[in-house]
Design a protein around this ligand. Structure first.
Ligand SMILES: [Zn+2]
Length: 438
């Protein structure tokens, strides 16, 4: 089916726009590509005439059409642990709650958690996400079925590397027979939980299978201390010395980085995934995002998992990213709304390995991932500056319709092919089993 979104306020987020501008017009989709992004009535009429047989028009009066949001760091399978253990210290949280919970989860239950996480993200306008968890080979099918675009990072520690590496191969095999929307990555947990030898093995595997890499970097002060005691370096220096930093690497957090670390991240082309709410909730600190942007780093934004957030609402995360940076630097001019929005669109697309202009932007020829935001809401009126309204006032529930790869996956806030009450019942059943199992 060919789609034509009409009478829309269009926010294309083109890279050439320093400050994003909107216009009223039409967006047309053929197959999985945008083939019309225009303010010309003649262009729209020509598009209609060319596709009369299979055209579906969607009236977007009072609504905004923009690129879908991209969440660059998430543990979607952990959704079953949302609000399971909060307001305690990190070690108590891990030892007494999270690790025992995870040790009892089956691959099917992780896939169920992933389902809930993807449903939450799609309904909130996230069209692409980068995941990092276990049993990603099992989760390829979940992402394919729900229609989201994803990079699934197979997470490993020293303790489970032999189990996870075969999962990487299986995941690559499954993704290669799918839609092309799901990509696989190798995801060593962090420089303090994975030995240099096993970090290098991950890098070698990624090179052999032509995959990207992702890892947590410099998240807490404890990590800095441990890596310095063991290796005499900062986490960034350590990973760089091992050759793990490159344009296909996503570094989640990067909270405690030196000026020299920032220069290294920029020189290697690493994408930084900023997780402000997680950093606040776990008391990790404030990442120097303004400094990184000034140095030319590619910075993106993400929710992290639902244990340290506790939701997957990227709109909130955008707002927090901007406010936190203003608060931490004492400068209200830093990280303006449009820059935060770029982090969640064009920069996120780069993190996922897409060429500039291919994703995260509304432009003819780009992949057709877009969202329709209903502006007819009290908190989005009046509209002096629509980008400020989106970033500083927008909510996941403002997203009305979601298109990924040319396919409508959410329409009028209903997600295709999912019975939500049935999903919630299955989630409750899995949680009951896991928390009462011996
Ligand atoms: Zn994480």
């Amino acid at each position: 089916m060919t789609l034509l979104f009409t009478n829309a306020t269009i926010l294309p987020m083109r890279d050439s726009d320093a400050v994003p501008r909107t216009f009223t017009g039409w967006v047309g989709i053929e197959g999985n590509r945008l083939t019309l992004v225009s303010d010309s009535r003649e262009d729209a009429d020509a598009f209609r005439a060319a596709h009369r047989a299979d055209l579906r028009e969607i009236d977007c009066r009072g609504k905004l059409v923009m690129p879908g949001l991209i969440n660059t760091h998430c543990h979607a399978g952990m959704t079953l642990q949302r609000s399971y253990a909060d307001d305690i210290t990190l070690m108590e949280w891990l030892n007494d709650y999270i690790w025992p919970f995870e040790s009892r989860q089956t691959p099917d239950e992780v896939a169920l958690g992933m389902t809930l996480g993807i449903v939450e993200m799609l309904l909130g306008g996230v069209t692409s996400f980068v995941d990092m968890y276990y049993f990603e080979d099992r989760c390829v099918e979940v992402a394919e079925r729900l229609g989201i675009r994803a990079v699934l990072g197979c997470n490993y520690f020293d303790s489970n590397i032999e189990e996870v590496f075969p999962q990487v191969e299986r995941a690559v095999g499954r993704a290669s027979t799918g839609s092309g929307r799901v990509r696989i990555a190798v995801a060593p947990h962090s420089p303090y939980t994975v030995s240099p030898e096993n970090l290098m093995r991950g890098k070698a595997l990624a090179e052999r299978l032509d995959l990207g890499l992702m890892t947590h970097i410099a998240e807490t002060r404890d990590e800095i201390r441990i890596v310095r005691e063991r290796f005499g370096r900062t986490p960034v220096e350590h990973l760089d010395a091992l050759g793990l930093l490159g344009p296909r690497t996503i570094g989640a957090h990067c909270v405690h980085v030196t000026d020299s670390d920032i220069a290294t991240l920029v020189a290697r082309g690493v994408t930084v995934s900023h997780n402000p709410q997680s950093n606040m909730k776990i008391s990790s600190g404030v990442a120097p995002i303004q400094k990184m942007l000034q140095a030319g780093a590619c910075v993106t934004v993400a929710t992290d998992g639902t244990c340290s957030n506790n939701d997957l609402d990227l709109w909130e995360e955008l707002r927090t990213a901007s406010f936190l940076q203003k608060s931490a630097t004492g400068d209200p001019t830093v990280l303006p709304a449009w820059e935060a929005l770029r982090m969640a669109t064009a920069n996120g697309a780069r993190a996922m390995g897409y060429a500039e202009g291919e994703l995260g932007v509304l432009r003819e020829g780009a992949l057709a991932d877009l969202i329709v935001v209903d502006l007819q809401k009290p908190h989005l009126q009046p509209i002096h500056d629509v980008v400020s309204n989106l970033v500083y006032c927008g909510k996941a529930s403002d997203v009305e319709t979601v298109v990924v790869d040319g396919r409508i996956v959410v329409e009028n806030r209903r997600i295709a092919g999912i019975d939500l009450p049935e999903l919630y019942a299955r989630v409750a059943g899995a949680v009951r089993r896991i928390t009462t199992a011996d």
